[in-house]
Design a protein around this ligand. Structure first.
Ligand code: ADP
Length: 439
C-alpha cells in the first residue's frame, strides 16, 4: 500500500444526492479534497453550495451517496474519532458553568475524574477565559461563549478541527479578535490540532486565516477552483498583496459572463436547469448600479463593494449575479463593470427604472413561466399556494418559498404583477392587456 505520511484526510469523488418530495437533486458533485498535516484550509462558497454537507461527510456524521473519505489512509466508517466540529452557534449547556461545560466534554471523552479538573482549567486558560470558570453562559458575550465552544472542541484533542462558520454569529469586533486568537493558538502549536478545515462564506476571513482556499459554487455544489494563500501571518488586511488575493477570490466566485442560454436557464417543467433568482432587494441593486455609475470607467473591484455597502460577500455576490443576469453589468476577474443598460438604469427616473427592470425580468424563464400561467388563469389570478406547489416541483420547499417571494417583489416593483395579501392571490397587473410572451 502506498504510504502518504503527511496526508490526514482525503475526500475522493464524493457526491451527495438529496431527495425532496419526489425530486432528487445533487447537493455535492464529485468533490475531491486532500488535507495535509499542518494545513489550514478553507471551504468557501455561497450559501447552499454544500459546505455543511461536506463537513458532515468528512466528520463521518453523514455517509455520502457516492465516493469515500479516507483518514490517514483508512476508509472512514462511522463517526471520525479524530475530528471535531465547532458550529456557528454555541452549543453550550446554559445550566452549567464555563468550567462544567468544558469538564463535561472531557468526561464524554473518557478522561479520568482526577485529571479532568486541571485539564479543564488549562483549556479555559488557553482560550483566554481565565477568571470566567464559574460564569454561566448567559453572563458571557457571544465571543466568549464561542471561546468556550473552542475549549470544548480542544478538550477532545482533535487532530482535525472543523469549523463551521465559527465567527458568523458574532459581532464584527468579537469575530475579529477571536480570529486572531484562534490563529495564535494554531500557529504557536499550543494545541494538539494537526489540521484545520474551516467552512466560510466570508472571502476576507478565509484570505486572512487559511493556507489554501477551496472555492465552491452551487447548483450543483462543486469545487471550481483552489488557491494558495502564501502570505505570512499576521496578515495585513490593508496591504496590496492581501487585497490582490481577495480580489482574485472574488473573481473566481463571481465567474465570467456566460452565453445567454446558460445564463438564463430553462423554464420549470422544461428540460435543462431552472436557474434560481438570487434573493436581493431592488434598493440594493439600484444602490450598486448608482455606485458603479459614479466610478471612473463605471467599474469597481467587487471586494470594495462589500466594504462600501457593509454587506457580506454572499450578499454582494447575489447582487453581482442579478446585475449580470439582467444585463446591467459584466463580471470579469473580480471586477464588475456597468453595461450601457446598467448605466441607463442608474441615471433613469423612478418610472423609467421600473420599465427597464420590467423588460429585463420578462426575459427570465421563471418570470415568463409565471406570467404565462397567469394569462391562462381565470381572471388572470392565481392562488399563492398553487404557484408555490408548482415551484416545489422544481425546488425544495424552503427555496420554492424564497423564489416565490422574489418573483412577487420583483414583479410588483416592475408593475407587471399585483399581489393581494388578504386573498393570498397573485394577479397580472394589467390583465386586459395581452402580454407579449414567447410560447
Ligand atoms: P451550505 O453549507 O454551503 O449552505 P448545505 O450543505 O447546507 O450548503 O446545503 C446544500 C444544499 O443541500 C442546499 O440546497 C440545501 O437546501 C440542501 N440540503 C442540505 N441538507 C439537506 C437535507 N438533509 N435534505 C435535503 N436537502 C438538504
Amino acid at each position: 500500500m502506498e504510504i502518504k505520511p503527511n496526508i490526514l484526510l482525503e475526500v475522493r469523488h464524493v457526491h451527495q444526492i438529496y431527495t425532496s418530495g419526489s425530486r432528487k437533486f445533487t447537493a455535492v458533485q464529485d468533490v475531491n479534497i486532500t488535507l495535509q498535516e499542518s494545513e489550514f484550509i478553507a471551504l468557501l462558497g455561497p450559501s447552499g453550495c454544500g459546505k455543511s454537507t461536506l463537513l458532515r461527510i468528512i466528520t463521518g456524521l453523514q455517509k455520502p451517496s457516492e465516493g469515500e473519505v479516507l483518514y490517514r489512509g483508512k476508509k472512514l466508517q462511522g463517526v471520525n474519532p479524530y475530528a471535531t466540529i465547532v458550529f456557528q452557534t454555541f452549543a453550550l449547556f446554559p445550566w452549567l458553568t464555563v468550567y462544567q461545560n468544558v469538564e463535561l466534554a472531557l468526561k464524554a471523552r473518557g478522561v479520568a475524574p482526577n485529571l479532568r479538573s486541571s485539564r479543564a482549567i488549562d483549556l479555559i486558560d488557553r482560550v483566554g477565559l481565565d477568571g470566567f470558570e464559574n460564569a454561566y453562559p448567559r453572563e458571557l458575550s457571544g465571543g466568549m461563549r464561542q471561546k468556550v465552544g473552542f475549549a470544548r472542541a480542544m478538550a477532545v484533542e482533535p487532530e482535525l478541527l472543523c469549523l463551521d462558520e465559527p465567527f458568523s454569529a458574532l459581532d464584527v469586533l468579537s469575530a475579529e479578535s477571536l480570529r486572531g486568537e484562534l490563529l495564535e493558538l494554531w500557529i504557536s502549536g499550543n494545541i494538539p490540532t494537526k489540521a484545520i478545515l474551516m467552512v466560510s462564506h466570508n472571502i476576507e476571513e478565509v484570505v486572512f486565516m487559511a493556507d489554501r482556499v477551496i472555492v465552491m459554487d452551487k447548483e450543483p455544489g462543486r469545487v471550481i477552483a483552489e488557491l494558495k494563500i502564501n502570505l505570512p501571518h499576521p496578515r495585513q488586511r490593508q496591504s496590496d498583496s492581501f487585497r490582490a488575493l481577495v480580489d482574485e477570490v472574488y473573481g473566481l466566485l463571481a465567474g465570467q459572463t456566460q452565453p445567454e442560454s446558460a445564463e438564463l436557464g430553462s423554464e420549470p417543467g422544461q428540460p435543462g436547469f431552472t436557474r434560481r433568482l438570487p434573493n436581493i432587494t431592488i434598493s440594493n441593486l439600484a444602490g450598486l448600479l448608482e455606485y458603479l455609475a459614479d466610478k471612473p470607467n463605471n467599474e469597481s473591484d467587487i471586494y470594495r463593494i462589500s466594504e462600501e455597502f457593509s454587506l457580506d460577500s454572499d450578499q454582494v455576490l447575489r447582487l453581482t449575479e442579478v446585475s449580470e443576469l439582467l444585463g446591467f453589468a459584466t463580471v470579469a476577474k473580480g471586477d464588475i463593470k456597468l453595461t450601457p443598460l446598467g448605466e441607463t438604469f442608474a441615471e433613469a427616473s423612478i418610472l423609467a427604472r421600473k420599465e427597464i427592470f420590467a423588460s429585463r425580468i420578462r426575459r427570465l424563464p421563471l418570470v415568463r413561466w409565471l406570467l404565462r400561467m397567469l394569462q391562462r388563469a381565470d381572471r388572470h389570478a392565481l392562488e399563492l399556494d398553487v404557484v408555490k406547489m408548482a415551484l416545489e416541483l422544481e425546488f425544495p420547499p424552503e427555496e420554492a418559498e424564497k423564489q416565490l417571494d422574489t418573483l412577487i417583489s420583483w414583479g410588483r416593483y416592475a408593475e407587471i404583477l399585483a399581489y393581494d395579501d388578504s386573498e393570498e392571490k397573485i394577479y397580472l397587473e394589467h390583465f386586459t392587456e395581452k402580454e407579449p410572451l414567447a410560447a
